[in-house]
Design a protein around this ligand. Structure first.
Ligand code: SF4
Ligand code: SF4
Length: 146
């Protein structure tokens, strides 16, 4: 089993595709939608974790590409240097996914890696450089060429 994090980018007429249905039914994938920005007749964006057999993941991404839906795979992860964190909370104000939050009892920062969209806003916001990427680039590839 392999798990990947991927962003799908829909053309304006592409949201009619029952994408999640096909990913589950045709490719036996488990999915967890992390962020969705989809409206009728507008380009859309869907970020999700996909988990399944490696060959089925590859087949699913190939099928997605054939439907005219672009995608990008996340390679890197956001890392939190907890020892240097002063728990000021500034990063929680910019985190769009709720991956960063303050513990309501200790008022210490909590980081839920599973919810992270790798938007990098916390990295730009943290005054101490406590948040970072475990590499230099956000995406490994964009399989679709226009
Ligand atoms: S902004 Fe930086 S120092 Fe402040 S809570 Fe977030 S990670 Fe910690
Ligand atoms: S990169 Fe930082 S701000 Fe963006 S979703 Fe992940 S934890 Fe939140």
């Amino acid at each position: 089993m392999k798990k990947i994090k991927v962003t799908f980018e829909f053309p304006p007429n592409g949201i009619k595709q029952p994408l999640t249905y096909h990913l589950i039914k045709d490719f036996d994938l488990m999915l967890n939608i992390l962020n969705a920005d989809v409206s009728l007749n507008r380009t859309g964006r869907l970020v999700m974790d996909l988990q399944g057999e490696e060959e089925k993941l590859e087949a699913a991404l190939k099928w997605v590409e054939e439907q005219g839906i672009a995608f990008k795979l996340f390679e890197k992860e956001v890392i939190w240097n907890e020892e240097k964190c002063i728990h000021c909370g500034a990063c929680t104000a910019v985190c769009p996914s709720g991956a960063l939050s303050m513990d309501d009892k200790t008022w210490n920062l909590k980081f839920d890696q599973e919810k992270c969209l790798i938007c990098e806003l916390c990295i730009k916001t943290c005054p101490l450089g406590v948040m970072g990427l475990n590499g230099d680039s956000l995406f490994i590839d964009s399989y679709r060429s226009e």
